[in-house]
Design a protein around this ligand. Structure first.
Ligand SMILES: [Zn+2]
Length: 469
């Protein structure tokens, strides 16, 4: 029929991130920090790490050109250089412990290299970025053969060093720890050293952003993805007690651990500040049957997430470098997309700055209002209270929604939401600084608190799963 125009409106799929915790105040300085990330510098760092031949935890420690010893001294030297250019702002720590185990036949020192950038007003509050420097080939016990580990996990270490270079030029209220770990491939040992160090030094860890395998864009089955990054998180806390589990069960909150709150926070940042990179939240502690260094932080009761590429390529992980039936195996530089690695690094830089600049998350968040038409949300200011001078923001969302939807600000320490029935919504509270920087949203009770829940007993060593064939 003439004159009739039919307009088809395509139902576009919702962006993956979809403003999980919306960013309500834009900060151009975060975009400026992100723009300083250099793919060329990431490539140079990764190339240097691959140049050590192997970085296996059982490899040579004396050589200056090959093995784990040369690697950790090189990382330490990079941190020292960075510290010189910021007037000594980085304190370098090299905690180590001796391990033996299924993948460590002889007692072996597993040493991490940490750079600590002390916060200006709340140094006890700590944001961690971590990655592991050790590598392996097809044989988990081979400390001699080549194991380039360009993606697993020189990509992550390159991101940590780049973040330290950029962020050490600024000061933040909270402390940032740049953690380059070892012993991951032998059973998350360096991460255990880090977690023990955090406990021993009394750090209030607000989150560990663990970056492991973050640079490949060509997956299996022809998949190519350079516009998403996966972030894995636990829904409920590793260290919650049976009693805490029971109260969470009764009130709901299976998807509101502080680690998952961090993912929503990162999703919001990606939606606001990243051009062409979205966060794909995965509601699992880690990839199926596999483990990563954030698990040791979770086991000590600290919030932690795993950041990893969207499309993994298993022919490039834990393989001897070779060509077989026309297939190239091995974790070599050609498998790293440095423009993509730069994108993931930018997200880390933005997240670290946003977390360290924001006030501490509120504590003691509670809700009341059963058998009334209203909900009362109350909280206490976190440490570094003067920072939270713009007050707090109460958020709520449908119980079936992954994303915070409504919000209302309060200058006090409680807010009554008239006509909002407590049964029908999930609630949370964030702290907002005078400059508009906002903390992650805290779900009520122990379920969502960023305060550490120490494990009831010493955590058992993580049992390595069976890697996919
Ligand atoms: Zn790894």
């Amino acid at each position: 029929m003439r004159g009739l125009v039919i307009i088809f409106t395509l139902a576009l799929p919702l962006a993956v991130g979809a403003h999980a915790q919306p960013v309500l105040t834009q900060h151009p300085e975060l975009a400026a920090l992100a723009s300083q990330v250099s793919p060329e510098r990431l490539r140079a760092t990764d190339t240097q790490l691959v140049g050590f031949g192997t970085r296996h935890s059982l490899s040579d420690t004396k050589s200056d050109t090959r093995g784990i010893g040369a690697t950790r001294r090189w990382v330490q030297a990079r941190f020292s250089e960075q510290s010189k250019s910021c007037g000594g702002c980085l304190e370098i720590q090299t905690p180590s412990e001796s391990f033996t185990g299924a993948r460590v036949p002889q007692p072996t020192q597993i040493m991490d290299v940490l750079a600590v950038q002390r916060g200006t007003s709340d140094p006890g509050r700590v944001i961690v970025i971590s990655a592991h420097m050790d590598s392996r080939n097809g044989d988990p016990l081979d400390g001699r053969g080549d194991a380039p580990g360009a993606n697993d996990d020189a990509s992550g270490v390159s991101a940590v060093l780049e973040a330290a270079r950029i962020l050490s030029a600024r000061k933040f209220p909270a402390t940032i720890v740049y953690a380059v770990l070892s012993g991951e491939e032998q059973g998350l040992m360096g991460a255990r050293v880090l977690a023990n160090q955090a406990v021993a030094q009394g750090w209030r860890v607000e989150g560990d952003l663990n970056n492991d395998i973050i640079g490949n864009t060509h997956g299996m089955s022809g998949v190519m993805d350079n516009s998403h990054v996966r972030i894995f998180s636990e829904g409920t806390r590793t260290t919650e007690t049976a009693q805490q589990s029971q109260s969470r069960h009764d009130a709901g909150g299976e998807s509101d651990s502080p680690s998952r709150s961090l993912v929503r926070f990162l999703q919001g940042l990606a939606d606001s500040y990243m051009n062409g990179l979205s966060v794909k939240a995965i509601y699992r502690p880690d990839r199926f049957g596999r483990g990563g260094d954030h698990r040791e932080m979770l086991a000590q009761g600290f919030p932690a997430v795993r950041i990893t590429e969207a499309a993994e390529n298993y022919t490039r992980q834990h393989q001897n470098v070779r060509v077989e039936n026309g297939v190239h195996y091995g974790d070599v530089l050609e498998g790293v997309d440095f423009d993509y690695l730069a994108q993931v690094t930018r997200l880390n830089v933005v997240a670290l700055a946003a977390l360290a600049q924001a006030p501490a998350p509120p504590t003691d968040v509670t809700i009341t209002g059963a058998i009334t038409p209203d909900t009362v949300v109350s909280w206490k200011q976190g440490a570094d209270a003067p920072l939270a001078s713009r007050g707090h923001r109460v958020w709520w969302r449908d119980t079936t929604s992954p994303q915070w939807r409504f919000n209302r600000q309060s200058a006090g320490d409680s807010l009554t939401l008239a006509g909002v029935n407590i049964d029908d919504w999930f609630f949370g509270v964030s702290a907002v600084g005078a400059d508009g920087y906002e903390s992650p949203v805290v779900f009520p009770g122990v379920t969502g608190s960023f305060d550490r829940i120490p494990p009831a007993q010493a955590p058992a060593p993580f049992v390595l799963g069976v890697p996919p064939k």
